[in-house]
Design a protein around this ligand. Structure first.
Ligand SMILES: C[S@@+](CC[C@H](N)C(=O)[O-])C[C@H]1O[C@@H](n2cnc3c(N)ncnc32)[C@H](O)[C@@H]1O
Length: 222
């Protein structure tokens, strides 16, 4: 998958995009990530990307011209243009799954007071990563890239890992244990130690449902 990111802060992506699973996804070519500085589509001496809001009010608004031109240059017929905005659809595992099926994403990171409204005419998805306001769209874009990349075929060592986990079936994940079987008086449930796979599967299903009922009953209603 190719992911282009349009941002005022490409340097923010160094680190998170260069470690662990994302680094390996990039090295193997499963994720082709390109970071673009929005100011590269400006023509004045100050490389202006923002302007005062029409009608007055605090802060500055991202101008349409650099973003329209960047989309003209970077997007093609297969591209899904994604705007990161607190006004967007809440980002969920299902959204990550939908996006992971596309071959090209172009992520638009906002700054200041956000985007000139006309930019929305060029966008396929508006995504919010939660009901809070961040300073700019770089962190939300990284969240989306991380969640989408781990769903790409071959990125996780075992593709079943992304199926058997929280949210994949509208439940939270079941409790997990590793060795030792007993630590400081805390014991691993007997059923996980006896090798009866049918019993283990049933226990996990029950635990996942109980945990979801207790912590996230809203998921079960969906
Ligand atoms: C300070 S915010 C602008 C908020 C805007 N005035 C509003 O109320 O919708 C600047 C940029 O950060 C990004 N951003 C902030 N919070 C976000 C969130 N919860 N989800 C996605 N993007 C967010 C967006 O790209 C946004 O354009």
């Amino acid at each position: 998958m190719k992911v282009d990111v349009l941002t005022l802060f490409p340097a923010m992506f160094a680190g998170p995009m260069d470690e662990s699973i994302l680094r390996r996804a990039r090295e193997s070519g499963r994720l082709e990530l390109a970071l673009h500085d929005l100011r590269d589509w400006t023509y004045d001496r100050h490389r202006t990307v923002d302007g005062a809001p029409y009608g007055g009010g605090p802060g500055m608004v991202l101008k349409p011209e650099p973003i329209f031109e960047a989309i003209d240059e970077l997007a093609n017929d297969t591209t899904q243009v994604v705007m990161l905005t607190p006004q967007g659809e809440p980002f969920r595992q299902a959204t990550a799954s939908t996006l992971s099926a596309h071959e090209h994403l172009l992520l638009l990171c906002g700054s200041y007071e956000g985007f000139d409204e006309r930019i929305r005419t060029r966008v396929h998805h508006e995504i919010s990563i939660g009901d809070y306001v961040l300073t700019n769209g770089a962190l939300p874009a990284m969240v989306v890239i991380d969640a989408v990349t781990r769903l790409l075929p071959g990125v996780l060592g075992d593709d079943a890992s992304s199926v058997e986990e929280s949210f994949s079936e509208n439940t939270l994940d079941y409790p997990q244990y590793t060795r030792p079987a007993e630590y400081r008086g805390l014991e691993v449930p007997e059923v996980l130690q006896n090798g009866n796979h049918a019993a283990i599967e049933q226990w996990r299903r029950e635990q996942a449902e109980q945990r979801t009922r207790e912590r996230r009953p809203d998921l079960l209603k969906e």
